[in-house]
Design a protein around this ligand. Structure first.
Ligand code: SF4
Ligand code: SF4
Ligand code: SF4
Length: 452
């Protein structure tokens, strides 16, 4: 299937796929089809939410990550660590131990990925007050949501606040900090420990930017296992960690549900879970929602605590981060630590904006409008004869998507099992033809059973 040039972090392994279609059924953008008994991705529809990855029973869907040795291409190797990694480990393991293991692995510096959250918070507040005509404004924090709006709700793209997430601000900050210490920019590698595929896609092909400041990604499940194994083996971490950076309670909670909305002025809502978000955006698009100033939308249940690359229960992760935020609240030295980033405040504010976010074409029925309208008419005609049961036996997730596939000449109406029975009754379709069609969708093996 044709690619539109957007980077995707998920790949489907044909050898392992058993054609169970679980992924196709949960995909919120209908980006998967089954052909010859294997799942196939339609790249221009995929938003990298990872819902397919969650349900695959045989691990046939892989999340890419950079080869760990890639970090050694740089003399100064900065690990950008999201709070969610810390929240997955027992409270008896302190951040200093975790950072020490990361440095034993080869990083030379560690920076919490939410370090820039305070700066972003003020910039977002300003943006909300300076743009009173656009309501609600939507956070750009979750890249799966940004892509969802681009492909499925293009009329809402101008509602997205065009600002980088805290991760990029932390990256820019650390880059500037090292440069100020005399380090050459080419020698600095910034590596994000990611809880999800969407962040990988956002780093490899950022929306509203030509190139991300982040140089590479390390998947969080890999980092979690390394940290846990090292600490369990009682190899006492011996690295010197240069700073125990202070994060405000707001920054610690930023990646959890309500992490952003609780900081924004006016009426704000936080919605997590991709299907909840879609339901809400449909209401917003139909103008059934009003008087909301700000929307925090996250693809995962419990936001980043529920990312597909996390390893432990999302509710415990969220609880630990809340406990950490409470104890940060009580820190007596909060005005003294974490000052360094404020020296870079003006630079970061100047660099946190991104270009206008554009809609992405999910399904072009035709290149020109007249052709597209004619084809839309054909889709509607097909929907008159299709059964509206969305069984997926045709290899497309819904009757509507089969109709669209037919109009784009990627499928035949005879793929529908109900249509097959009707044609058989009329004598225009044989049983063997029906079996051949099913084999084409589900592969030889599924229909090659020796029943007694
Ligand atoms: S990542 Fe999300 S959008 Fe992409 S194929 Fe999987 S479920 Fe569909
Ligand atoms: S969930 Fe999708 S990728 Fe995984 S085995 Fe089933 S059809 Fe294949
Ligand atoms: S909620 Fe967080 S972990 Fe989930 S897709 Fe969005 S950014 Fe990634």
């Amino acid at each position: 299937m044709k690619s539109n040039g957007f980077h995707h972090a998920l790949t489907f392994c044909k050898e392992t796929c058993v054609g169970c279609s679980h992924c196709m059924k949960v995909c919120p953008t209908q980006a998967i089809r089954v052909h010859n008994g294997k799942a196939e991705l339609m790249p221009n529809r995929c938003i990298d939410c990872g819902e397919c990855y969650r349900v695959c029973p045989v691990d046939a869907i892989k999340v890419e990550q950079d080869d760990f040795d890639f970090i050694f291409n740089y003399k100064y190797r900065v690990a950008l660590v999201p709070g969610v990694l810390l929240g997955q480990l027992s409270e008896e393991i302190n951040p200093r131990q975790i950072y020490s293991v990361l440095m034993e692995l080869g990083f030379t510096h560690v920076c919490e990925a939410e370090t820039g959250a305070e700066i972003l918070k003020h910039a977002m507040e300003n943006y909300v007050s300076k743009n009173p005509d656009i309501r609600p404004l939507i956070s750009a924090f979750c890249p799966a949501i940004v892509r969802l709006i681009q492909v499925k709700f293009p009329s809402l793209v101008n509602h997205i606040i065009p600002m980088k997430p805290p991760l990029d601000i932390a990256g820019l900050y650390y880059q500037e900090l090292l440069k100020k210490q005399g380090v050459n920019e080419d020698e600095i590698g910034l590596f994000y420990i990611t809880p999800c595929a969407a962040k990988i896609a956002a780093i490899k092909s950022p929306v509203g930017e030509v190139k991300s400041v982040i140089n590479g990604v390390i998947n969080m499940d890999f980092a979690f296992n390394k940290v846990l194994t090292t600490i369990k083996q009682s190899k006492s971490p011996s690295c010197f960690v240069p700073s125990d950076s202070y994060l405000s309670p707001q920054a610690i909670l930023w990646s959890l549900t309500t992490g952003e909305s609780s900081n924004m002025p006016g009426r704000s809502l936080a919605i997590d879970g991709i299907n909840n978000v879609i339901e809400f955006l449909e209401e917003l698009e139909n103008e059934e929602v009003s008087n909301i100033d700000f929307l925090e939308l996250r693809s995962c249940d419990e936001s980043c605590a529920g990312g597909i690359l996390t390893s432990t229960n999302r509710f415990f992760t969220a609880e630990r981060l809340r406990n950490r935020a409470k104890s940060a609240n009580r820190k007596p030295d909060k005005t003294e630590v974490g000052m360094e980033i404020r020296d870079f405040n003006d630079y970061l504010v100047d660099h946190l904006k991104i270009e206008k976010i554009e809609p992405r074409s999910m399904l072009k029925l035709d290149e020109n409008i007249k052709g597209a309208l004619e084809k839309m008419k054909k889709v509607n005609e097909l929907m008159e004869i299709l059964p509206y049961v969305d069984c997926g036996i045709c290899g497309s997730p819904t009757c509507q998507s089969l109709a669209e596939d037919i109009v784009r000449e990627e499928a035949e109406v005879s793929r529908c099992i109900f249509i097959q029975r009707i044609l058989e009754q009329k004598g225009t379709f044989t049983q063997q033809e029906s079996i051949d069609v099913m084999k084409e969708i589900w592969g030889e093996k599924k229909l090659d059973k020796d029943l007694k």
